[in-house]
Write a protein that binds this ligand. Sequence first.
Ligand SMILES: NC(=O)C1=CN([C@@H]2O[C@H](COP(=O)(O)OP(=O)(O)OC[C@H]3O[C@@H](n4cnc5c(N)ncnc54)[C@H](OP(=O)(O)O)[C@@H]3O)[C@@H](O)[C@H]2O)C=CC1
Ligand SMILES: CC(C)(CO)C(=O)C(=O)O
Length: 321
Amino acid sequence: MDIQMIGAGSLGLLYAGKLAASGAKVTLWCRSDEQAAAIHSSGITIHHSDGGELHIPPGVVKAHPLSEFHEEAGAAADYLVLMVKQQGIEDLVERVFIPYGRSIQRCVCFQNGTGHLELLQQHLPSGAIYAAITTEGAKRIGPREVLHAGSGTTTIGPYNTEGMPESGQKSASREISDIRLIELLNRAGFKTYLSNEIYTAIYRKLMINAVINPLTALWRIPNGALLDDPMRIQLMKELFDEACAVYDAAGISREDHLWDQIVGVCRMTSTNTSSMLKDVLEGRATEISWINGSIVRLGQRHGVAAPKHELLCRLIEGTTK
Ligand SMILES: NC(=O)C1=CN([C@@H]2O[C@H](COP(=O)(O)OP(=O)(O)OC[C@H]3O[C@@H](n4cnc5c(N)ncnc54)[C@H](OP(=O)(O)O)[C@@H]3O)[C@@H](O)[C@H]2O)C=CC1
Ligand SMILES: CC(C)(CO)C(=O)C(=O)O
């Protein structure tokens, strides 16, 4: 089975490394020539939080710069796995999907937030798109080194426009038998499940990220510190309630105990620096437009305002201008 993975950041190095270590054939497409050369000559090292490490020797993961991506790579891939952040998706559309989209059979997207799946589907006329929602925690600590900060679960399911919550239909099951990637990921040590209701997982994660990420990024605190102060909890709750009104208007179902789950995530990841805080601290663009911005746009389509989420978008965008 041939896996072509684009994006050699935190998740890309972790998944490419572990998949290859378990025997899968993996090619990793990096943004820079330098990173591809470093992986080519020294392999990938995965550090575990208990101090252990897994070294994947040179040559086991094939690494190339994305500028060398070509039609045969897309056509040969059983799975094209996207590990870039939302900010990188438009560039991939230009560089990979517009020129080679016709040859791609299956594309698996690990991004947080929403909006990318619709965009990619427009450029994948005959291929299938899968969404992957993961609670694995990874942090790149060098061009070829990554810390596996915490193990979680990964849920993968087929995406299609008809199955969108707003369409009122369930996700089609026709592609499910084809998802051999689930077996590969489990063999590589990632607890992975198949879902034909991937939208529930997507919107659950969207809510968690929309409540936790921007506040930790603005206050520059670890996730757990959100619970240290009643004022912080109050604002989290207001964001949650505003997003619930949008979900209800859009017909997006949510689990009964979603608020408790958000509080649980803050506790379980209490020492984490959220991905948005990391981006802000490093002066990089964030995924706010695909997280809180998605909630604002969804509300607009259904006549429900989300002014607190909208203000957060502007505040966070202002930090990296
Ligand atoms: N890290 C985590 O624990 C988790 C992450 N996620 C989600 O997974 C996605 C990836 O996150 P993460 O791995 O942390 O992000 P990182 O920023 O660590 O990695 C993104 C990688 O994509 C590369 N990239 C960006 N744009 C392009 C491009 N146009 N062409 C080629 N490569 C590109 C970056 O290259 P360069 O290094 O040159 O910038 C970088 O290597 C995000 O949507 C995130 O929200 C979800 C759950 C957990
Ligand atoms: C769940 C959470 C908030 C963990 O840090 C996350 O997904 C992120 O930081 O983006």
